[in-house]
Design a protein around this ligand. Sequence first.
Ligand SMILES: [Zn+2]
Length: 454
Amino acid sequence: MRLIQIIVFFLMLAFASSLKAEPIAFDNVSIITMNDRDIIDSGHVITSGGRITAVAEGQLPDDFAGRRIDGAGAFLMPGLADMHVHYYADDMGPLYLANSTTFVRNLTGSVATIRRDEAARNGALLAPRVFTSAPIIDWGKPSLRDFFIRVESTDQAVGAVRAQGRAGFDAVKLYEGLPSETFRAAVAEARTQGMRVFSHVPRAMTVQDVLALKVDSIEHLDGYARALLQDGFTTDAERPAPIMWANSDREKFAALIAETVNAGTWNVPTFAITYGRINSADPDAYFARAEAVYLPMWADYWANMAASFAGNQPYYEAQLRKKGAFVRALYEAGAGVLIGTDGPNPFVTPGFAIHDELEGFAKAGFTNTEILRIATVDAARFMGQEGRMGVISENAQADLVLLRADPHVDLAVLREPLGAMVAGNWHDRAAIDAGLAARVQRLQKERRDSAEKE
Ligand SMILES: [Zn+2]
């Protein structure tokens, strides 16, 4: 962060804490701390100024002056982190909160996304906190209608990274079309700017090339599938990932996993995209789901895209199985993995898709305890916020969800939180529902307006 940002940050912090003067306490509640205190059967948690200020067994002291929320019969835990989203509209915020997600990592940023984080922290927006990358940098001709930044030379790529750093972004996202020399120069410039590097594996490079650069995260693991192909199975880099995963060789897992551990690079498998592809086999059934009312008008075109996924339908289950086995082996070897959904990919509804992602991990052999840790503690570790995020302990960020039951027993309870707290701002179920309803109204109006125009 530059000095000016630091000053602005502290001014905002002062402003935000003045808004949150009143402390809030959850009383009579079971506390899933996600730290070595494990679960406190009946206790209380106090938050103030956006942070947790007390965690203790037993009842709230009588002299507590503030708002008291009765948590009798309920479980309080740190909110989940969805570590791969595309969050491009203010009223998407409730979609995440309604699914127990209080933190998102956005992979195609704009200055508006940075503002959304500020607004979530000071309680002005019903939304999760957000860490965002800068706009994606890829190769090609610039176009006004494109949300990617396109470059046609290494100098342009370096210039783009420098400009993004100066604009206040703390991370770059580098994409598949970049030539090797350009990708390497962009990574070097990001490091000079103190920015983190999130990337795909470019077609012109191998996953080993990218790991050697020690990037912070690789998205989707697609570059791995190419390196894991069975001998004799010829392919080019354009071949769809499901076919490559279906023809991957488990004997090749170990060497690549060792290289990943060595690089310290984290992986975000985004199983939810594959669930989306499977969902595409029956668009009508998908659009009949309750959550489909939150999809924007342009999602109608997903139905047209469905045909283009049909050819790969025979490979999606195998992809989930093989990729799941690889992710499990990565985790067991000590490589970092993260929960991320990549909504709105086709048939992947933002917020709601996290349950597919959790199921993808469960199918890969992860226990509920491991899954909950990945979505909280491990996400915090990736963010360099260990002990300050993803746990219920004193001084940690007050990002919490209140649940009807213990999610260790059944993760489905994460679908219906009783409320969510973001940076100390409490949003109860009624507030979240009102936010969801407001989005539906806006989308319906958009549809009516566009129908009138035609
Ligand atoms: Zn994405």
